[in-house]
Design a protein around this ligand. Sequence first.
Ligand code: SF4
Length: 98
Amino acid sequence: MSHRVCTLGVMLKTSWRTNARCAGVDTSVFMPDENETLTIKRKEQALWYCQQCPVRQDCLNYAYENNIQHGIYGGITTKERRKNLYNWKAERCSSQSR
Ligand code: SF4
């Protein structure tokens, strides 16, 4: 199992990354440009990878848990993640209390 230490010194479980569909893909596909926008072509490319990705939920959880504010994670843009944050938290609480 692989881990990464974040800037706060917290061990983050990142073993799911070994199965990422985007492994080896140019990360700029998933990141906004200097104007904080994603071109339609880049977004379509990123979503193509994400739609086929076996670790999509892990990736999305990672972005929410680490408050990542830029780029596509789990097939969801930053704007969409902000919009769905409440639902993600509610779903997470519900699944952890089962
Ligand atoms: S969901 Fe998308 S960004 Fe996340 S690991 Fe999979 S392909 Fe990469």
